[in-house]
Design a protein around this ligand. Structure first.
Ligand code: AP5
Length: 220
């Protein structure tokens, strides 16, 4: 059986960090819509410029744009068809969730678990203000406890490691309020398949929780 997982949670709740760990250990592909959008922005096309206005201001990209990007990714990436995926940061609105349901049906795929990372705003602000991200491969670091071996350089790909443009305190708080308004209603949407984990625990403890949750599905 393939592994089709969805991670839900506020910005900075640890979705990306844990998705990268699961991808490294089990080969399940992380689909981070934030990373996909940053790739589009880096190409500096008309679409990239349009998308940058939203992302750099901490606002959601229009549903139609993000759904097309996700559809393309699902259609093109062979590893996804073989190993399944972890959707990280998508869907973020009820409309996106409706569209995702249709895309999954069309591709004969079914979500096996929706994992919600529970965490409070002040922990998030502290975490994100310490976050450093590789601009090339998206690997996530943190200035408090997880710095690259060489300052400013990614351990994995050698890319530049820096703070994201949208990781200022003002934008974090804005992203959080958009999350509360537009994304939190998805907890009700996925009520039947929702699994809650404590996102404020130690990184490795969360990974253990996650492994327990998904192991039945991974071994199935
Ligand atoms: P995106 O890149 O997805 O940003 P986000 O949702 O705001 O989420 P983050 O990446 O901030 O947080 P995360 O939960 O992955 O936390 P992380 O693991 O990095 O999206 C960016 C933008 O793109 C959006 O604002 C929007 O404009 C647009 N966008 C994306 N998807 C969209 C969609 N579907 N529709 C419309 N627009 C969309 O952890 C944070 C930090 O904490 C790291 O430094 C990490 O090292 C550290 N950390 C993690 N876990 C722990 C722990 N347990 N203990 C201590 N530190 C920890």
């Amino acid at each position: 059986m393939k592994k089709f997982l969805l991670f839900l949670g506020a910005p900075g709740s640890g979705k990306g960090t844990q998705a990268q760990k699961l991808q490294n250990k089990y080969g399940i592909c992380q689909i981070s819509t934030g990373d996909l959008l940053r790739e589009v922005i880096a190409r500096k096309t008309d679409l990239g410029k349009k998308v940058a206005n939203y992302v750099h201001n901490g606002e959601l990209v229009p549903d139609e744009v993000i759904v097309e990007i996700v559809k393309d990714k699902l259609a093109q990436d062979k590893d996804i068809k073989e190993n399944g995926f972890i959707l990280d940061g998508f869907p973020r609105t009820v409309r996106q969730a409706d569209l995702l349901r249709k895309v999954l049906q069309d591709n004969n795929m079914q979500l096996e678990a929706v994992v919600f990372f529970e965490i409070d705003l002040e922990t998030i602000v502290k975490r994100i203000l310490g976050r450093l991200t590789c601009a090339k491969c998206g690997k996530i670091y943190n200035s408090y406890n997880n710095l690259p071996a060489q300052e400013g350089q990614c351990d994995v790909c050698g890319g530049k490691v820096a703070r994201r443009v949208d990781d200022t305190e003002e934008k974090i708080r804005k992203r959080f309020s958009i999350y509360k308004e537009q994304t939190e209603p998805l907890l009700g949407y996925y009520e039947d398949s929702l699994i809650k984990i404590a996102g404020d625990k130690d990184l490795n403890a969360i990974f253990e929780d996650l492994e327990e949750i998904v192991s039945a599905k991974i071994n199935a």
